[in-house]
Ligand binder design. Structure first.
Ligand SMILES: Nc1ncnc2c1ncn2[C@@H]1O[C@H](COP(=O)(O)OP(=O)(O)OP(=O)(O)O)[C@@H](O)[C@H]1O
Length: 243
């Protein structure tokens, strides 16, 4: 579970987060919805402990990332918009390297690499070097790295961007499996269809503030609007950032 209370973060004069509060539960996929510049990436980076908050509290599985960053990192997988692949390594070598960094032992690591490759439908690129990989192939490798150490908490920053239909379906299947396993998944996205089909809960943020939290149905009911995209526009008061 991830519990966030009144988190604020400024970059100089820019108040990126002005008061964000929510709870993301285990066994659920929680969407993080907000217009461009709303503070989604800043929030995710703060949850992992890559950014220091100015105010408020954060607990990831009961642990404050600022108090015990290593404990939180062992328990969290973060897919950022910077994939950080090593062009000269094959996917298998790359995953092996990150598995070892996470203290995974060789036999278990080999098996796990096979599992994530199957889960994400990426067996064809396991023994290719990353140089020349397409956007979709890059995101799959980054996602495989994120899932490798079976983190209890997963933070995904727009995971489906650049993925083709088959890869999007593979991602959806992977996320369903993680939910079944009891993982706590937070996914920032602009794709309303993805939210409707995949997410149990939605956090809406605008201008660095939480403006609503609830299931897609609850948000529609609360706004009196049948369609989630229109309900979102009504909640944030702008049409910016919708795909
Ligand atoms: N390192 C930084 N220095 C200065 N301002 C920053 C920095 N990082 C983020 N910001 C600002 O904080 C605000 C929130 O940005 P953030 O990237 O968190 O938004 P977002 O919701 O992820 O947007 P998008 O949907 O466009 O990716 C923006 O005004 C952004 O310009």
């Amino acid at each position: 579970m991830i519990e966030v209370h009144d988190v604020r973060k400024a970059f100089g004069a820019v108040q990126a987060l002005g008061g964000v509060s929510f709870t993301a539960r285990d066994g659920q996929i929680t969407a993080l919805l907000g217009p461009n510049g709303a503070g989604k990436t800043t929030l995710l980076r703060t949850l992992v402990g890559l950014l220091k908050r100015d105010h408020g509290s954060i607990l990831v599985g009961g642990v404050d990332p600022e108090q015990d960053p290593m404990a939180v990192r062992r328990n969290i997988g973060f897919l950022t918009d910077q994939f950080g692949l090593y062009e000269r390594l094959t996917t298998r070598e790359y995953l092996h390297y990150f598995g070892e960094l996470n203290d995974m032992q060789a036999p278990a690591l080999r098996t796990r690499i096979g599992e994530v490759a199957e889960l994400l439908g990426m067996e064809d690129i396991l023994d290719r070097r990353a140089k020349g990989f397409s956007q979709g192939q890059r995101i799959k490798v980054a996602l495989a790295r994120t899932l490798l150490h079976r983190p209890r908490h997963l933070l995904l920053d727009e995971p489906s961007r650049g993925l083709d239909v088959m890869s999007t379906r593979a991602l959806r299947t992977a996320l369903h499996a993680l939910r079944e396993d009891g993982s706590c998944v937070i996914m920032a996205t602009h794709v309303m269809q993805e939210v409707t089909h995949l997410c149990d809960d939605v956090i809406v943020i605008a201008n660095g503030h939480t403006v609503a939290q609830g299931s897609p149905d609850e948000l529609c009911r609360r706004t009196g609007i049948a369609n989630l995209e229109d309900a979102f526009v009504s909640l944030v008061g702008t049409e910016e950032g919708i795909a």
